[in-house]
Design a protein around this ligand. Structure first.
Ligand SMILES: Cc1cc2nc3c(=O)[nH]c(=O)nc-3n(C[C@H](O)[C@H](O)[C@H](O)COP(=O)(O)OP(=O)(O)OC[C@H]3O[C@@H](n4cnc5c(N)ncnc54)[C@H](O)[C@@H]3O)c2cc1C
Length: 408
């Protein structure tokens, strides 16, 4: 297993549970990459993926760098342009409905698969079952949710539309500057995503798995096996899984495998609260695209997306854009850290991950590109991957997640 984020760790644990001999290799500790910094929401109830803005007004605001939903580095736009064109095509209403159906089998398993791993890893104390709350400041924004609520009803996904008072009854520390809310009651959240991945990794080693430090870019063929160099020496395996999140192509491109992965960068920062204000569940402010999530470290404010080179220096401009809105909604106090954290969501334009065999290379498997839903889908991916690798019947049809869809 190359990569010990929530995805790679979950795959490794599922393989170890089935009695396979597994080494989990990362250059850092488990869960310290993208999986460290998310909003902690296990979104088994999500219907539609994030979409390209439909309104010209919002696009204009993004272009003028006035929107908090998205930021971009101008010099990077020519590089990301083909991906954005594909993302826009995948954001047409009919395609969004298709994607919702294609992802439902995975999303429907998300909470149950976390529950199973959390129970055996004794990580349940990090989980909360109070759902999550999406707030809408205008009637227009709320009306735009009609299609999602309708499809949610068809999928049987529970939610409770609320007026302002109904939402304030759930979260009394919010200020009533919004008009509508939807409480997605089935969502689960965690108060420390790093601790959850670490707990799953500890369970993996307790089952006999090896957690090793090493650079995945050392992967090469050695005789009939795959070999990776680690600080404990070379490791040979008949099968290797690439679960390096936004770094996956660092290893795959030299092998000639280049599925069109992009990154949507995102920031977070923790804040203390003023007085004894508290949140019981994550809250999304739909107009500004940020989430306030209660974490062990404080209230974690996560931003929308930023299109920039993965390794370009941080430019947390979105914080300046959302902070006035966030502090008007909730009494945020002093920031906990001197600087925001920066991560990179690994995203395909069709919002599906890649799960399954790599093209053309025997014994090479892929599990990455989970975009906005990597925490959500890590354990379900772990089960699906382990079932495919051991020849068991997969719990759902893995074909829609195959890298073959790109013809690369
Ligand atoms: C701001 C923000 C908010 C988010 N909120 C949510 C949310 O609420 N719910 C949700 O489901 N998802 C959310 N996500 C998305 C989620 O965090 C990611 O999809 C997920 O963490 C991806 O996990 P991963 O295991 O694929 O990648 P990672 O966690 O990045 O793991 C990849 C691993 O590969 C290792 N690695 C890289 N290169 C090498 C190398 N050369 N050698 C060895 N090891 C290497 C890294 O050290 C890392 O540990 C959010 C993301 C962001 C940025």
């Amino acid at each position: 297993m190359l990569g010990a984020g929530i995805v790679g760790t979950s795959v490794a644990l599922h393989l170890a549970k089935r009695g396979l001999s597994v080494a989990l290799v990362d250059r850092g500790g488990p869960g310290e990459g993208t999986s460290y910094g998310n909003a902690g929401i296990i979104e088994g109830n999500t219907v539609f993926p994030a979409a390209f803005p439909a309104s010209f007004a919002e696009l204009a605001r993004i272009a003028l760098k006035r929107s908090s939903l998205a930021n971009y580095h101008l010099a990077f736009l020519p590089h990301i342009a083909p991906w954005l064109v594909a993302f826009r095509a995948a954001s047409q209403p009919a395609r969004l409905i298709e994607t919702a159906h294609v992802l439902r089998p995975l999303l429907a398993r998300a909470v149950a698969e976390h529950d199973a791993l959390a129970a055996e890893a004794r990580a349940q104390r990090h989980f909360s079952r109070r759902g999550w709350l999406k707030l809408y400041r205008t009637d227009r924004l709320f009306a735009a949710q009609a299609a999602e609520l309708e499809l949610a009803a068809r999928f049987g996904i529970a939610n409770v539309p609320l007026d302002r008072d109904g939402a304030l009854a759930l979260e009394p520390a919010l200020r009533g500057i919004f008009r509508h809310a939807v409480h997605w009651t089935g969502a689960v959240s965690v108060n420390n995503p790093l601790a959850v991945t670490r707990a799953y990794a500890a369970r993996f080693t307790a089952l006999g798995g090896l957690a090793l430090a090493g650079d995945a870019r050392s992967l090469h063929r050695a005789d009939r096996a795959w070999r990776v160099e680690t600080e404990s020496g070379p490791v040979d395996a008949g099968d290797v899984v690439i679960a390096l999140g936004p770094w996956s192509l660092d290893v795959l491109a030299p092998l000639g495998i280049t599925p069109p992965l992009a990154v949507k960068r995102g920031y977070h920062r923790h804040f203390r609260t003023n007085g004894n204000a508290a949140l019981s569940r994550p809250v999304l402010d739909a107009q500004y695209g940020y989430v306030l999530a209660p974490m062990e470290q404080g209230i974690r404010l996560t931003t929308g997306v930023e299109f920039a080179a993965r390794d370009a220096p941080p430019t947390p401009a979105q914080f300046a854009r959302v902070l006035p809105a966030a502090t008007a909604l909730f009494p945020l106090g002093e920031p906990v850290e001197p600087q925001p954290w920066l991560g990179a969501r690994p995203c395909f334009a069709d919002s599906r991950p890649v799960i399954g065999r790599a093209p053309r290379q025997r014994g090479l498997w892929l599990a990455f590109g989970h975009g906005h839903w990597g925490l959500t889908l890590g354990p379900a991916t772990g089960r699906l991957m382990a079932e495919m690798m051991t020849g068991a019947t997969p719990f759902c049809d893995p074909k829609p997640y195959s890298a073959d869809r790109f013809g690369t």
